[in-house]
Write a protein that binds this ligand. Structure first.
Ligand code: NQM
Length: 361
């Protein structure tokens, strides 16, 4: 007999995966992880026996519950799986899956609509980070349809606004975990930074690339991938993250002069394949590097004046706009990051878990 588990299959930003109420999953973490691996069909490069889409961006899971933290409405735990690995990683954030949390909670009845729009405070348990998320709820129903467009997703949808309140040092100990805004590591100038996602920024020309290559070309560039993986492991130690060989972070970001009217051109490795766009908190972190004097982006990033900065991060399928508010007393400190995402309920139902999964030790 297989065990049915209720789920909503949702797109959040440019990611996708099943969402669960925490109470519908096993309470024991090891058992929960075995169940999630079976649900997604991992490890298997094609994830043929599960819901995964054979790519890290479609190997994601959202787990949601009502919060008991004062002032917080919902707790969200993000789980990153990989097509071909037997790992369930709940250490990093995912700002894309985060976009689907409030629609999921409204659909499952653990939160109530407030009027034409609904704003809820969400705590991401992965890194203890809070944000306010506003979704469209005309007539008390979540609306997925609208005119908002995000690059990397076809068509338009209802806008979802995310206002991050505290992103500095999410997985790392601080914004600049090496203590410096620029380091030379393994012969390459880098900025190691974490404003929601641990990233290593390096100029593409430092590794002999333009930074404008296609995703397919970069994914096929085994020499580059080996070079930046060596660098990533060295940076992981320098960032206090230990041996990151089997970790999904830090992500490596090649940067170059913008050429589509944005602030900076990027190619983001997550960490072993190139993102078709860029992650949400990766974009917030890149934007933050753009406003930091002497980062590796300094001199090539085009940054507008003013205390509230609209940073447009160019990526392979368009751009990602982030609004950063700087501390009026310290213009290298970001106090708020706001951005737009969309999400959609794709399917509701039950996912079937094979009996053998529960019988394992
Ligand atoms: O950076 C990809 C994504 C992400 C994570 C990744 C994300 C973020 O695009 O907040 O959203 O970096 O693995 O979903």
């Amino acid at each position: 007999m297989q065990t049915p588990i209720p789920t909503l299959f949702m797109r959040g930003g440019t990611s996708r995966g099943p969402f669960f109420l925490e109470s519908d999953l096993p309470a024991d973490t090891a058992e929960r992880d075995r169940v999630l691996l079976a649900i997604m069909g991992s490890p298997d490069p094609r994830q043929i026996d599960g819901l995964g889409g054979a790519h890290p961006l479609t190997s994601k899971v959202g787990i949601v519950r009502r919060s008991t933290v004062p002032g917080v409405d919902l707790d969200f735990l993000f789980a990153q799986l990989q097509p071909n690995k037997e790992v369930v990683d709940t250490t990093p954030n995912c700002g894309n899956m985060l976009a689907a949390v409030v629609p999921f909670a409204l659909e499952r009845g653990i939160a109530r609509p407030q009027g034409e729009t609904t704003t809820l405070r969400v705590l991401t348990l992965n890194t203890d980070m809070q944000c306010d998320i506003t979704v469209q709820t005309p007539g008390g129903q979540v609306s997925y349809e609208g005119e908002a467009r995000i690059d990397g997703v076809p068509g338009t949808s209802a806008p979802i606004k995310i206002n991050f309140l505290d992103t500095e040092g999410s997985v790392c100990s601080s914004l600049l975990p090496t203590g410096k805004v620029r380091d030379t590591i393994d012969g390459v100038e880098v900025t190691c930074i974490d404003n929601g996602m641990p990233l290593v920024l390096l100029r593409a020309d430092a590794v002999g690339r333009s930074g404008y290559e296609s995703v397919a070309d970069l994914n096929g560039d085994t020499e580059l991938k080996a070079r930046i993986e060596r660098l990533r492991i060295a940076c992981g130690h320098a960032m206090g993250l230990g041996d990151v060989t089997s970790k999904n972070y830090p992500k490596m970001t090649l940067i170059a002069t913008p050429r589509e009217g944005g602030s900076l051109a990027t190619r983001s490795f997550i960490p072993h394949v190139c993102h078709d766009a860029i992650g949400v908190l990766a974009a917030v972190t890149v934007g933050t590097a753009c406003v930091l004097p002497d980062s590796v982006a300094d001199g090539i990033a085009i940054v507008p004046d003013g205390a509230v900065k609209a940073i447009s991060v160019e990526h392979p399928t368009g751009e990602f706009s982030v609004e950063l508010e700087l501390d009026p007393l310290d213009s290298s400190k970001v106090v708020r990051a706001a951005l737009l995402r969309t999400a959609r309920l794709i399917m509701r139902g039950e996912v079937m878990v094979p009996a053998a999964v529960w019988q394992q030790p």
